[in-house]
Design a protein. Structure first.
Ligand code: SF4
Ligand code: SF4
Length: 386
């Protein structure tokens, strides 16, 4: 049995009063202790993966930030800073645009939007990561509150509390991580290293915004879906096992396998204590079977023996394709490709092209294309099987 509880609260809207009531009761049910926030510099780590409007469900809703600010200042927090490092440059210009479009500028005047774009080395002593760079805003905080979204994700299958912490790695260093760990199994171990490091170093709380979630081609180009709940826990692994079940993806998320192998969490959601905001046990949480990302069509190939040196999997796995008619030639995919396998072709109009040979299926190009012009090319046979 996992010891760390997860609180599930129904919350059907971002109405400030409704949200604050549900969040406040959820945190009370966790019994964090009076001094958890008192006098502390709190970092809110939202999911600001791309400059998207709140109603597109890719990013943490600003109402979550406002409600949390009320609760944190009431609990005596000394300061509350909001910081994230989306893909691309970690700079004032890039983040200013993201803050604006995502509604963070209007979220709450008491919350400081991070303007320190420095980063420093952090020791991990993990399976894959020994030392890595983390944004200074996180290193300087006393408490980290991971304000994640309940989303489908083309690479990892799900984005929730654990994956959201990848945004503590500064800007383009994230592409280096994809480059260093091209296999999803290795990338998953790295995510667990990162998450373990964060929760070992600081008091930690995860709050999942599952009011408006994203299915399909998340984390940025999926479809918003109303799910109407919040999940809270001080254990990001326990929260994610519960989220995996509530997304109807039991056993599918590799980083949770990695966490379970290390004894960090049970792989069975039934072994995680789940309570409502009054503290009463929930035996049967609601399940929202979110549509899978298109990139997931070859999921089962990962479990096949690695014969032909992985060429078989490479041949049949879905891969990204640029929708030429849609592409506006902005070059964001070109800048974000860890394998430099995208080139910009200048004809009548500038367009992106992918060299499939060197592609590692990290899906960064799809995630960061601002207009959703990166689709999925599926092998005919896999399409039939799927
Ligand atoms: S990011 Fe999207 S629109 Fe921009 S060049 Fe790449 S595919 Fe085209
Ligand atoms: S083309 Fe896209 S999926 Fe392939 S390596 Fe580059 S960014 Fe990753």
């Amino acid at each position: 049995m996992n010891e760390n509880p997860v609180v599930l609260a129904r919350c059907g809207s971002y109405d400030p009063d409704t949200l604050e009531e549900a969040l406040g009761a959820s945190l009370a049910a966790l019994h964090l202790g009076e001094d958890f926030f008192r006098g502390k510099r709190v970092l809110l780590k939202p999911n600001l993966v791309l400059a998207k409007k709140p109603e597109q469900a890719a990013t943490t809703h600003p109402a979550m930030i406002h409600a949390l600010a009320d609760i944190l200042f009431d609990a005596g927090a000394a300061s509350v800073t909001l910081a994230d490092s989306p893909g691309g440059p970690y700079s004032a210009a890039a983040l200013g645009h993201v803050y604006r479009v995502c509604g963070m500028e209007e979220a709450d005047p008491r919350v400081r939007l991070n303007d320190d774009f420095t980063f420093r080395p952090a020791r991990a002593d993990g399976v894959k990561l020994k030392i890595f760079r983390m944004i200074s805003a996180a290193l300087d905080a006393d408490v980290i509150v991971d304000v994640c979204k309940f989303k489908s994700h083309s690479l990892t299958g799900m984005s929730c509390a654990v994956k959201n912490l990848f945004g503590l790695i500064p800007g383009v260093e994230k592409f280096e991580m994809h480059n260093a760990f091209p296999e999803l199994s290795d990338f998953s171990e790295m995510l667990v290293d990162l998450c373990e490091t964060v929760i070992r170093e600081k008091p930690f709380l995860a709050v999942c915004d599952g009011i408006l979630s994203m299915e399909g081609n998340g984390p940025t180009h999926g479809v918003p879906v109303e799910t109407g709940f919040l999940l809270c826990s001080w254990d990001p692994f326990a929260l994610d096992v519960m989220a995996e079940h509530m997304m109807a993806r039991d056993g599918r998320i590799l980083y949770l396998d990695a966490a379970a192998r290390r004894g960090l969490v049970s792989r069975d959601w039934r072994e995680i204590p789940l309570v409502d905001e009054k503290g009463d046990a929930i035996a049967d949480p609601p399940v929202f079977p979110l549509a899978y990302p298109d990139a997931d069509a070859g999921h089962f190939l990962r479990n096949l023996p690695n014969f032909m040196g992985g060429q078989f999997t490479k041949l049949f796995e879905p891969r990204p394709k640029i929708m030429q008619k849609k592409c506006v030639g902005c070059g964001k995919c070109f800048e974000s490709c860890p394998r430099h396998t995208i080139r910009m072709v200048v004809g009548k109009k500038k367009k992106a092209r992918i060299d499939p040979e060197k592609c590692i299926r990290c899906w960064c190009c799809q995630e960061l294309c601002p207009i959703g012009a990166v689709g999925v090319k599926q092998n005919f046979l896999i399409r039939l099987i799927h």
